[in-house]
Design a protein around this ligand. Sequence first.
Ligand code: PRX
Length: 634
Amino acid sequence: MKYIVKNLPEYFKFQEKALKDPERFWGAIAESFQWKKKWDKVMNADMHKADIKWFEGAELNITENCIDRHLDERGDQTAIIFEANSPEEKAQHITYRKLYEEVNKVANVLKEQGIQKGDRVCIYLPMIPELAYTMLACARIGAIHSVIFAGYSSTAIASRVNDASCKMIVCADGSYRGAKEINLKGIVDKALEDSPSVKTVLVVKRTHCKVKMKEGRDVYLEDLTQNVSVHCPAETVQAEDPLFILYTSGSTGKPKGMVHTTAGYMIYTAHTFANVFQYEKDDVYWCTADIGWITGHSYILYGPLLNGATTLIFEGVPSYPDHNRFWAVIEKHKVNQFYTAPTAIRSLAKQDIKHVEKHDLSSLKVLGSVGEPINVEAWNWYYHHIGKERCPIVDTWWQTETGGILISPIPFSTPTKATFATFPLLGIQPVLMSDDGIEQEGNLTNGKLCIKTPWPGIARTIWNDHKRYFDTYFSAYPGYYFSGDAALRDPAGYYRITGRVDDVVIVSGHNLGTAPIENTINEQEIVAESAIVGYPHDVKGNALYGFITLKREISEQEKEQLKIAINNSIADQIGPIAKLSKIQFTVSLPKTRSGKIMRRILRKIAANEMENLGDTSTLLNPEAVQAIIVNKKD
Ligand code: PRX
C-alpha cells in the first residue's frame, strides 16, 4: 500500500500531496486493493450538503479484500487469535483459510434463511470468533450488519432493531464476563416482544446455558453450518452501498444509526491501521475494545484483516481472574501492538505494580490509546511501566462518525507528547473554530474541532434520517464537519483534545448522551425534572451526576429507594454503563430566563468548582444555585 510513513519529513511530504490532490492520493492507495470494477471518480463530495461519495462507480466485496486476497500468500497464517474469558480455555488460532471457510459457511446459512443483499442483520454477540464470522458473512452477501454491544439492555436492542427494521438477530445463548455468566438469549427474547421485523434468531452456543427456543423463529447456528458449503460467492456491491450501521448516542433523542459505506471505509481503515500501528509481517496486534464499538469494527476486524494481520480477540475483562490479565495475554501471545482505553490504564495503574512486573512485555513495539482524553499520570504510567520507555504511545483521536483515526502520532516518526494526539493523519485537515465560525489561524490557539475536507472513512448519513445527519454535523459551521469536541493547538501544531462541547459525556470511554438518561429518569411518576452532567472521575474519566427535582417531599428512606429504582431503570432501558454515580435531589434547577436548564453551572457544581460559577444574577432563579451548593454531600 502506498504512503506508509517511515519518518517525519516523509509525513510532511505525503501530507502535502494528500491535501493538494486528494483524488490522486487516495486513488493511488486504492490501487493495491481487489476490485471487481474500478471507480469512475475517486471523490465526489459537497460538505455544504453533507453529500459525500468516494470511489463512485466501483464494484467490490470487502471480504475478498479481508480474506480471499490473502489466501495464496498466507492461508496458513493466523488471522485471529481467540483468547477466551477463562485463561484455562485453550486459545484458538484461526488461520486465514479457516476464516474463509467459517465466514462462507455462515454466509450460506444467512442466504438459506432468506437474508438478501441490503437486508439488515442485528448481531448481539460476545467477543467470540462467531462475531467476526457473522459480520464478515453479512458483508460477503451484501447484507448490512448492525452490531449491538452485548452489554446493552432489551429496550436498547429493540429500539435499534426497529430503527433499522432488522430481519434477523444473531446472538449467543449466554456470555462470560469475568466471573459472571449472562443469559444473552433471555435479553434478546425480551427485546423481541417489541421487534416485529425480526423473522429469525440464530443462536450461537457459548455457555450452553438453558434457553427458550421459539419454534419457527429460533435456530442454533451450529445445526445449520454443518450442512452448507465452505464456499460462497462474494456478492458484488457498489462502492457506496452500506457496509454497516452502528448506533451512537446523540446529545438529544434516540441513538443515531451511523451508516458506513463499503469502499471508502475499507481504504481508510486499511491505510490508517498500517500507518498508526506500523504493523509488520508476523506481528501480533491486540486491541482490547469490544467489537460492538467502532474501535472494534475498524481496528479489531476490518483494518487488521485488510492488512493481512494477526488480530487478537479477547473475550474477558482486565480484572479476571486477576489484575494481571492484560499483561499475561501480552506475554502469552507475544503481542507487538497493544491498543486500549485510558479508563483501563487508570484502573490497572491503581493495582500493585507486581502484576505488571511479573510479565515479560518485551514483545511490545507500539502502545495505543483511544476513546477519551488520556491524562498525564496515565500516559506516564503507560509509557514507563508498560512500554518501558521504548514504545511510542499513539493517542488516537476519532469517532464512530469518522470511521477511522483522524489525529494521531505515527510511531517512530512523530515525536510523542503526553496528552497530545499530535498531528492529523494523511489527508485530514482539522481546523479550530471560534464560536462565531472563524477559523483560528496559527498555532497556540483553541476552538471547536472541525474537519475542513472530506476523507474516505466518514459516515455518509444517519440511517433513515439524513436531515439529522446534516443538522448534527454540518449545520453549525457550513461546509465543515463539526466533531462536537473542543481542542487546542500547541506551538508545534500538535492537537490536544480537551473534551466534548455538547451534552455527550464520555464515561469509561463510552459515549453517553444525557438526554436519553434524563428521559428515563423523568418517567418516574414522582420526578418533576432532571439534569445529568459529567464530573471528573479518577478511573472512569467522567462519571454521571444527576440533579433531580421531585414533585413532592419524601422521606430519606424513600429517597434512597428512589435512587436505586432510578439506576435500575437506567440499567434496564439503556445499560448499566449509564447508571448515575451520584444523585442529588434538589428543590429546583437553575434556569435561564427563557427556561433552559443551566447545565454549565451544574457541571461546575458537580466538579466542585464552586468558586468560579460565573455570573448567576441573570438566572431566573439564582437562589437554586445556592440551595444546591449547600445541600451537596461531597
Ligand atoms: O470526545 C471524543 C472522545 O470520544 C468521542 C467519540 O466517541 P465514540 O464515537 O464512541 O468513538 C470512540 C472511539 C473512537 C470523541 O468525540 N475521544 C475519542 N478518542 C479520543 C477522545 N478524546 C480525547 N482523546 C482521544 N484520543
